[in-house]
Design a protein around this ligand. Structure first.
Ligand SMILES: CC(C)(COP(=O)(O)OP(=O)(O)OC[C@H]1O[C@@H](n2cnc3c(N)ncnc32)[C@H](O)[C@@H]1OP(=O)(O)O)[C@@H](O)C(=O)NCCC(=O)NCCS
Length: 165
């Protein structure tokens, strides 16, 4: 049985737990800690927690200056046993609101969000497309790891237009 899901903004006290999660893919506690600290101290992040256990994370960052109105979703991850419960979608929805507020608080407007994923990552692509993200560019295998990179974009103004029609 799955416990209830809580989501909230990532704070300094989460650095240790997040570092443990990232160390699994980075293979280095030091590198993982650097990445996590950078996002919490300089950018933005939301977490999902079940029974006190960290089960999901989304990191985002402002691109250029606030007047450009561009933000990037840099990481989105949900623990395997907790997938398909709506956690990824909740983190994404709440982060979009958080990012819009981030721009408004500086007298600016979020114009476009972007993110990169790969052609073979069907779960992520289904989620992004469900949320209204659109393929902006097929980039080819940029990293040489055998999967093609894709750039997705999302415009809140476009979402409002869709909601009107
Ligand atoms: C991508 C990921 C974050 C999705 O998280 P999640 O919590 O399982 O997603 P949700 O439950 O919120 O799914 C929302 C919708 O996305 C789509 N979706 C998500 N996973 C899917 C899958 N495996 N197959 C088909 N559709 C899927 C569905 O439309 C789903 O809605 P539904 O369950 O009502 O049909 C998760 O699979 C993950 O952590 N993957 C590994 C890390 C990764 O690849 N991150 C993305 C990097 S770009």
């Amino acid at each position: 049985m799955h416990g209830d899901v809580d989501t909230r903004r990532a704070i300094n006290d989460d650095i240790e737990d997040l570092t443990k999660v990232y160390a699994k893919s980075y293979g280095s506690i030091e590198q993982a800690g650097k990445h996590v600290r950078d996002f919490i101290e300089n950018h933005g992040g939301r977490l999902a927690v079940v029974d006190g256990r960290l089960v999901g994370v989304l990191f985002w960052m402002q691109r250029e200056t606030a007047s450009h109105g561009q933000a990037e979703i840099v990481d989105l991850w949900v623990e395997e046993s907790e997938r398909r419960r709506g956690i990824g979608q909740t983190l994404l929805k709440e982060s979009i609101r958080e990012i819009e507020d981030h721009y408004l608080s500086q007298g600016q407007t979020l114009k476009v969000m972007l993110l990169f994923t790969t052609e073979g990552n069907s779960p992520a692509r289904m989620l992004y497309e469900k949320m209204g993200f659109q393929v902006a560019a097929n980039l080819g295998d940029l990293t040489g790891l055998g999967d093609k990179d894709i750039l997705y974009t999302y415009s809140p103004a476009q979402r409002s237009e869709n909601e009107k029609s």
